[in-house]
Design a binder for this molecule. Structure first.
Ligand code: NAP
Ligand code: MG
Length: 522
């Protein structure tokens, strides 16, 4: 049922996208933008191909909307299939000529420089994210901080990609080495535009690959701005190519391209499934996917209630709930259920929501009208399913895509609001009695991205985390990322890991070399 609806939603986006696209004879390649936090900066509007900002071949453009005001920010150039071809050629040339064969020290050096430049421009970048995505400046600053740290961490990995020597007796000498894959296509979503850029670009570049990346049409601005920093850092032309455009056109071309040897995607499970098929039917390019989730956040009787309530809030309302690993199914043990629900309701109602640039705002705008519609539709579904609305459930009475933090209790475990990813500030709260029951409820999902466990008993924490089927488990914390800790999904939440040493595996392939030794006796 849900899959069908998602497909319909995808179809609608593409129709909307094509409508929003228009022909201009020309638009400037850079536009001055005044951010609401008082900063003025130059926003590139062209595609970034072969080290330069250029108009798209067909001179099509599309509009970028500010979700907090519902008004147009500007138009940028829209890539089409012919632009993908040029970007892939540039990436292939850079891969063959310099990047993949360079001393890794060089790759590390320019990535360190890039991390420094991101830190230098962190206020601008955070402002761009809030303007374009609608997230609060508080959330945007968290992202940019992690982006700089992650790119720096990748710089450090660049000269630590090791092979092995393999002993098979004295007749042979054997070794394995890790080699880059080639031109990588990367398709990212709109919920963490810059963070997803870094999770894709960082490990790909550190291991000697070159990239053609499509940002989401809803949030293309930060990937273009940061391309100026890629230039300034001295990353050679063609290593990074950024081509904003629509999923159904540019994304599709990336997924089916014969010369693209790997595709990395973050977004919906429906589109991930489609990309995997496209990869299989074209050149069997390698695929990594970071998809949706419906993650459990479990509270035991012995939890520190104050700290736990904070984690429940961060778990679901951080980034306006538009986060794949959101703790969107809360399970509370019966001994503290009433106390936790009351404290959680109060905390959620005291959150400041609204203008992302305003001091103290925690939750900004949802990213699009489409998301608002989807979220409010789920609020109606929850009510129709007989759940009790504890808090929120409505839009703010003002312009902009703002939705109040929403809590449902008394939910049935097989209801749609418990089973399906809502991708907004909507959470369900259920009661359980025993550890076994909590584990069973937590694992009753086709997803497996993350889970939260709140208890002061270390034995229980480790035991439950061992039994949870998820790629990330947070204990006494939630949505707590570190650049060295791997992130990714079990089950239908994805394939591959991002961040940490594990991310490098996504971007290297192993070559085994066996040399026969001709033993001489004199
Ligand atoms: P989506 O379709 O998965 O979009 C993610 C990216 O894939 C965007 O860059 C999109 O391009 C691109 N894309 C779309 N169709 C494509 C195709 N046929 N081939 C290649 N690339 C394609 O997600 P959405 O439609 O924006 O959002 C729908 C739902 O997905 C959300 O409500 C949420 O549940 C989930 N979602 C999850 C994540 C996550 O982090 N796991 C992120 C975003 C959304 P365009 O945007 O330019 O069309
Ligand atoms: Mg936007």
């Amino acid at each position: 049922m849900f899959r069908l609806q998602t497909t319909t939603a995808l179809r609608n986006i593409s129709v909307l996208s094509l409508k929003a696209s228009r022909n201009y004879s020309t638009i400037p390649l850079s536009v001055k933008i005044d951010l609401p936090n008082g900063i003025t900066y130059d926003q590139p509007t062209g595609l970034f191909i072969d080290g330069k900002f250029v108009p798209s071949r067909q001179h099509k453009t599309f509009e970028v909307i500010n979700p907090s005001t519902e008004e147009e920010i500007l138009h940028i150039y829209e890539a089409r299939e012919d632009d993908v071809e040029i970007a892939v050629e540039a990436a292939q040339k850079a891969f063959d000529s310099t990047w993949s064969t360079a001393d890794p020290e060089f790759r590390g050096r320019v990535l360190y420089k890039l991390a420094d430049l991101i830190e230098r421009d962190s206020e601008i970048l955070a402002g761009i994210e809030s303007l374009d995505n609608g997230k609060s400046l508080f959330c945007a600053k968290y992202d940019v901080n992690l982006v700089a740290k992650y790119i720096r961490s990748c710089a450090g990995w660049a000269d630590k990609v090791y092979g092995r020597i393999i002993e098979t007796g004295d007749s042979h000498f054997n070794y394995s080495k890790r080699e880059p894959i080639g031109v990588c296509g990367q398709i990212i979503p709109w919920n963490f535009p810059l963070l997803m850029w870094s999770w894709k670009i960082g490990p790909a570049l550190a291991t000697g690959n070159t990239v053609v990346l499509k940002p989401a049409e809803a949030t293309p601005l930060s990937a273009l701005y940061v391309s100026k920093l890629v230039q300034e850092a001295g990353i050679p032309a063609g290593v990074v190519n950024i081509i904003p455009g629509f999923g159904k056109i540019v994304g599709e071309r990336i997924a089916t391209h014969q010369k693209i040897k790997k595709v990395a995607f973050t977004g919906s499970t429906a589109t991930g499934r489609h990309i995997m098929k496209a990869a299989a039917e074209s050149n069997l390019k390698k695929v990594t996917l970071e998809l949706g989730g419906k993650s459990p956040n479990i509270v035991f009787n012995d939890a520190d209630i104050k700290q736990t309530v904070q984690s429940l809030i961060t778990g679901i309302f951080f980034n306006s709930g538009e986060i794949c690993c959101a703790g969107s199914r809360i399970y509370v043990q019966d001994g503290v259920y009433d106390e936790v629900l009351k404290a959680f309701k109060e905390a959620s109602e005291s959150l400041k929501i609204g203008n992302p640039f305003e001091e103290g705002v925690f939750q900004g705008a949802q990213t699009s009208q489409m998301q608002v519609d989807k979220i409010l539709q789920y609020v109606d579904i929850g009510k129709a399913e007989g759940a009790t609305l504890i808090a929120g459930g409505e839009r703010l009475n003002q312009k902009g895509y703002f939705i109040r933090p929403t809590i449902f209790a008394d939910v049935k475990e097989d209801s749609r609001i418990v089973k399906e990813e809502i991708f907004g500030p909507v959470v369900t709260v259920s009661k359980f009695s025993t550890v076994d029951e909590a584990v069973k409820l937590a694992n009753d999902s086709s997803y497996g991205l993350a889970a939260g466990i709140h208890t002061q008993d270390l034995n229980k924490a480790v035991d439950v985390s061992n039994r949870i089927k998820a790629g990330t488990v947070w204990i006494n914390t939630y949505n707590d990322f570190h650049q060295q800790v791997p992130f990714g999904g079990y089950g239908e939440s994805g394939i591959g890991r991002e961040m940490g040493a594990d991310a490098l595996d996504n971007y290297t392939q192993v070559k085994g070399v066996r040399i026969a030794i001709n033993k001489k006796t004199v």
